[in-house]
Design a protein around this ligand. Structure first.
Ligand SMILES: Cc1cc2nc3c(=O)[nH]c(=O)nc-3n(C[C@H](O)[C@H](O)[C@H](O)COP(=O)(O)OP(=O)(O)OC[C@H]3O[C@@H](n4cnc5c(N)ncnc54)[C@H](O)[C@@H]3O)c2cc1C
Length: 422
């Protein structure tokens, strides 16, 4: 694309944050909290921040949109951060500029890359075109509308294959997103179907997982057990099919391979939670130091070795010395650490290596049901698990947002104690 650099707005020295997700938003808020005098601009393609761990609750109506999907204008209203809602088309590391979709651009002295990732489909035919994503608030709302339509059509249809396909929901991937979403739907869909006087016994929820394990990457075996039991214990039992390899997806139909045989599922809803892919802008950067998935390798300070004025965190980066998991829990701490390093550098001091504290895992395992694990010390399930999960997220991102506690920890001992003592 031809870029008109005469349109560029140049202010100096300045911090530009590309992407307002967990890395970028928390970096911006922390810079403001630290009273850093560098002018800060945050650019995101959407006017709203997505608190992804609460997308299931947004779908089920257990939280309001303002909480899971607040506006940047509100989140940043008490700060001096300038928010620009536009899509970044190009990151020009050599000329220290970022170009937006309308050809305008911003020069920077320091850049924070927090662009996240995109869905990955492993080249499986039809997967991208014929499945629902579950990564953004729009995805959750669109899926909810589609499922309601399916239930309504099923309630009006005579029995038969077409009706069964409307009532069959297939999820691909048994990582945290697939498991949490399946468990939520297994409670939610019967409630919705009741409104159409449907018989919830006819609903089928299937989870396909390529290998033999659910929740890979979750370190607690007990938590995995709790999740497995919860899936079988919902209003509709979730049908978990392990070692099931998806071959292709067509409208209304999914093909997979399991136990030496090919299988077909007739289904109007396939939800893809299986893969993560590199953001195309990150892929396009002239950076040699990457991991095998193409993510940017950073120094322990989160700077790029080849461009020390550039910091990267969250799902688009990996620290060479310590590859943290790609989670919000890591990304928001990295965002805050980047802010601290920028504040140091603005005072002529060197940046410091960052430290991340992995406190534990929170899972939603149905409506008002969850599980929480803290440092292998506690495992809490059921309604108390749900309360811990909610209390944690509320303390991280409360509304009204002026009360936002940017220094809040992902899971605190206090939250656990309050719930366990109650
Ligand atoms: C459904 C779901 C549930 C999850 N639950 C959990 C959980 O319970 N716990 C946990 O720790 N992690 C969870 N995660 C993972 C977690 O959300 C991610 O690891 C985290 O969001 C990564 O943060 P990030 O800053 O790298 O990117 P993101 O938070 O994805 O933010 C990237 C931002 O960049 C913006 N952007 C992208 N491209 C452009 C462009 N071209 N121009 C302008 N802006 C752009 C996007 O709009 C977005 O705001 C979940 C993820 C999903 C999808």
């Amino acid at each position: 694309m031809a870029v008109d650099y005469t349109l560029m707005t140049v202010s100096s020295p300045s911090v530009l944050i590309a992407g307002g997700g967990f890395t970028g938003l928390f970096a911006a808020l922390q810079l403001s909290r630290l009273g850093c005098e560098l002018p800060v601009t945050l650019i995101d393609q959407s006017p709203r921040f997505v608190f992804k761990p609460l997308l299931y609750d947004l779908l089920s109506g257990e939280v309001e949109a303002d909480m899971a999907w607040p506006r940047y204008d509100d989140l940043l209203s008490d700060t001096s951060v300038r928010f620009v809602c536009n899509s970044i088309q190009q990151v020009d590391l050599l000329n220290r500029q970022v170009v937006l979709s309308d050809g305008s651009g911003y020069a920077y002295d320091y850049l924070v890359l927090g662009l996240g990732g995109t869905a990955g489909y492993f080249g499986i035919p039809g997967a991208q075109d014929n499945t629902f994503k579950f990564r953004q608030a729009d995805d959750a709302l669109a899926l909810g509308r589609h499922l309601q339509q399916c239930l309504q059509r099923a309630a009006q249809s005579p029995t038969g294959a077409e009706r069964a396909a409307q009532l069959t929901v297939t999820l691909v991937g048994a990582g945290p997103s697939g498991i949490e979403l399946a468990a939520t739907l297994a409670d939610l869909l019967p409630q919705w179907y009741d409104r159409f006087d449907g018989d919830s016994c006819d609903i089928e929820i299937i989870v396909l997982q390529r290998n033999g394990e659910i929740l890979e990457g979750v370190r607690s075996e007990q938590l995995r057990e709790i999740a497995r039991a919860a899936l079988g214990n919902r209003r509709i039992a979730v049908d978990l099919r392990l070692d099931a390899e998806v071959q292709a997806v067509e409208p209304g139909r999914l093909y997979y391979y399991q136990d030496g045989a090919n299988h077909i599922i007739e289904t109007e809803t396939v939800i893809w939670t299986a893969g993560n892919s590199l953001h195309p802008l990150i892929q396009s950067l002239p950076v040699a130091q990457r991991d095998r998935r193409g993510r940017l390798r950073t120094e322990p300070t989160l700077q790029l070795p080849e461009y020390p004025e550039v910091f990267a965190g969250g799902d688009c980066a990996v620290m060479a010395a310590r590859p943290w998991p790609a989670t919000a829990q890591v990304a928001y701490q990295q965002g805050m650490a980047i802010a601290s390093n920028l504040a140091l550098m603005s005072k002529g001091k060197p940046p410091e290596p960052i430290d991340i504290s992995l406190r534990g895992t929170l899972l939603k395992l149905g409506m008002e049901t969850g599980a929480a694990e803290l440092y292998n010390r506690f495992e809490v399930k059921g309604y108390p698990g749900h309360l811990i999960r909610h209390a944690t997220y509320l303390s991280l991102l409360p509304t009204p947002v002026r009360n936002l506690k940017v220094g809040a920890e992902w899971i605190t001992d206090e939250v656990f104690k309050q719930v366990l003592d109650a």
